[in-house]
Design a protein around this ligand. Structure first.
Ligand SMILES: Nc1ncnc2c1ncn2[C@@H]1O[C@H](CO)[C@@H](NC(=O)[C@@H](N)CO)[C@H]1O
Length: 147
């Protein structure tokens, strides 16, 4: 799994078109979203993560919590983003993993939004620009090695 973490004044998105034949079903309300003072986490779920989704969720949540505490962010935006890797997991597995990351972060007390899966979306982001405002993390299950 590849993550790009951007500490931002705000992140807002608007759903445009379907990017998959069967995107996640969403309500009218979910077609737009915005969070202020947010840690935006752009996530590409990778093929290697299919070996142990539970473990990669655990590692991803730990990394996100670590960065959130460093930048003192209570709001987290989980944003599916298929552009950080050339070895993507299947959409079904990716969606499940992203939903579980969202759930676990909520259990940890964060205010979490997740952008809809399987769509082209317009988005606006205002990066804060401090030294920890732009970070990337890679997590893989167990002994799996990234080539
Ligand atoms: N392995 C994966 N990891 C993360 N997201 C994934 C995925 N497989 C499919 N998606 C979702 O389907 C859209 C089309 O690839 C993706 N859409 C996007 O990435 C938008 N930024 C528009 O390009 C995403 O919502």
């Amino acid at each position: 799994m590849r993550m790009l973490l951007i500490h931002s004044d705000y992140l807002e998105y608007e759903v445009k078109d379907k990017a998959l034949k069967k995107p996640e079903e969403i309500s009218e309300e979910q077609k737009r979203g915005r969070l202020e003072e947010v840690l935006a986490v752009f996530v590409s779920v990778e093929k290697v993560d299919e070996q142990n989704p539970e473990e990669v969720v655990e590692k991803a949540v730990a990394e996100i919590k670590d960065v959130a505490s460093q930048v003192k962010a209570q709001n987290i935006f989980v944003y599916p983003f298929a552009h950080l890797s050339s070895e993507l997991a299947s959409p079904d597995v990716a969606l499940e993993i992203l939903k579980t990351i969202e759930e676990k972060l909520k259990e940890e007390g964060f205010n979490v939004k997740r952008a809809p899966f399987g769509y082209y979306k317009a988005f606006k982001l205002s990066c804060k620009g401090h030294p920890l405002a732009e970070l990337s993390r890679t997590v893989v299950p167990g002994e799996a090695r990234k080539e």
